[in-house]
Ligand binder design. Structure first.
Ligand SMILES: *Cc1c(COP(=O)(O)O)cnc(C)c1O
Length: 391
């Protein structure tokens, strides 16, 4: 168990790489300038683009360009380019199609009131992408190439970054084994791309608590598996469980640990926090089966900033059930880049059906959501230098 308090967080280093603040766009400019631009000859018309930004079809429609880097065993990463968005040419024998050697990331580009465009902690995503690559035996991509590719794409397609609050350009970096080979080994050819899709508010018509199905038959991962890596395979493994949840009237599923089926882990794509009546927070510790969310990490820091204790530990499902029943638990919420902070109103399984905070969004949950969104939108002071200015 590790307890974070404001006191022992004080000595944490600010995340500066070269001494320059992330608020200085020249920091990102150098990384982005290594990408050669091949312009899309048929970009979306102004009218079409504005329509897509206004009524985003998240994950269905993408901006005019994509970032692309190719890796081979002999030459390493070459051909840094921004090219027209379009289908990839892939050999049917490509390893990814057979053995799922694939990893991805997700982050957003935010437009502030003055028109400037920013990223939230892209260095944290870069670090996680390297850890995911190591786990899947894929090559390492440098921080410079990761952040540079995203920045170069945002710069090229800057008109695609919306202005309205909670409207963003969602960036999806991903890497996969493209080598046509049916043997099982490290790939000798790999592609890395970034695509971008305009996205709108996660909750249309105000923040609403979600109902959670606690799944203990099918698991997304297990001990020694790929739980801490952001890889497509975890998501394919989670689908059956997600549909069991849907069959029980729940929007999302919370997975418990596969080894003992007794500890709370996380949702299919979001981490979880429990707030107790006395104000302290608890969240499942990173055991290797849980994805280390950037939002999770940021919330732990924000809580420490306000002298709120955060306990990272293995949370026993039975204990949590007792604490909800006895009224000790005040609020439960999920967090991730897409929805920021999401109140959980109900926990349900074959054995129990519990309402949290009367099924209403918690006061702290909502305040935390506002604070994080405020930092991302440039409305709240960015004390930890989390925001990187693209332009
Ligand atoms: C991406 C992801 C999260 C959230 O991570 P953020 O960095 O906060 O967006 C949580 N759990 C899983 C399984 C994920 O894939």
């Amino acid at each position: 168990m590790r307890t974070l308090t404001a006191k022992n967080m004080k000595n944490m280093k600010r995340g500066t790489v070269s001494g320059l603040s992330h608020h200085d766009p020249s920091k990102i400019e150098k990384m982005a300038s290594r990408f050669e631009v091949f312009a899309n000859e048929n970009p979306a018309s102004d009218t079409k683009r504005k329509e897509l930004i206004d009524k985003p079809a998240f994950g269905v429609l993408f901006s005019d360009h994509m970032a692309h880097i190719t890796w081979t065993e002999g030459e390493g990463w070459t051909d840094r380019r921004i090219e027209p968005y379009g289908p990839l040419k892939l050999d049917p024998g490509a390893s990814v199609l057979h053995y799922a050697q694939e990893i991805f990331e997700g982050l957003k580009a935010y437009r502030h009131a003055d028109g400037s465009i920013w990223l939230f902690r892209p260095d944290a995503n870069a670090e996680r992408f390297q850890n995911s690559a190591t786990r899947l035996a894929l090559p390492q991509l440098s921080f410079e190439d990761f952040i540079g590719s995203i920045a170069a794409l945002v710069k090229r397609d800057n008109a695609w970054v919306p202005s309205r609050r909670e409207y963003t350009l969602y960036m999806r970096p991903f890497m996969f084994a493209s080598e046509p080979f049916l043997g099982v080994r490290k790939a000798k050819e790999v592609e890395y791309c970034v695509i971008a899709s305009p996205s709108g508010p996660y909750f249309k018509g105000g923040v609403k608590p979600v109902n959670i199905w606690v799944e203990d038959t099918w698991f997304r991962t297990g001990p020694g598996g790929t739980g801490f890596a952001k890889c497509g395979g975890n998501y394919s493994a989670s689908l059956v469980g997600e549909y069991i949840g849907i069959d029980h009237g729940c929007e999302q599923v919370c997975f418990v640990d596969a080894a003992t089926k007794t500890y709370l882990e996380e949702l299919g794509g979001m981490n979880m926090f429990v707030m107790y009546k006395d104000g302290h927070l608890e969240t499942p510790c990173l055991t290797g089966t849980i994805l280390p969310g950037v939002t999770r990490r940021s919330i732990i820091q924000l809580a420490a900033d306000e002298n709120r204790d955060v306990v990272e530990k293995m949370i026993k499902l039975d204990d949590l059930i007792e604490d909800i029943k006895s009224g000790e638990v005040a609020e439960i919420f999920a967090c991730g880049t897409a929805a920021i902070v999401t109140p959980i109103g109900r926990l349900k399984s074959e054995k129990f059906d519990l309402t949290v905070n009367g099924g209403q969004p918690g006061e702290y949950t909502c305040a935390l959501r506002e604070k994080l969104l405020g930092i991302q939108m440039g409305e709240v002071e960015d004390k930890h230098d989390w925001m990187w200015k693209v332009q």
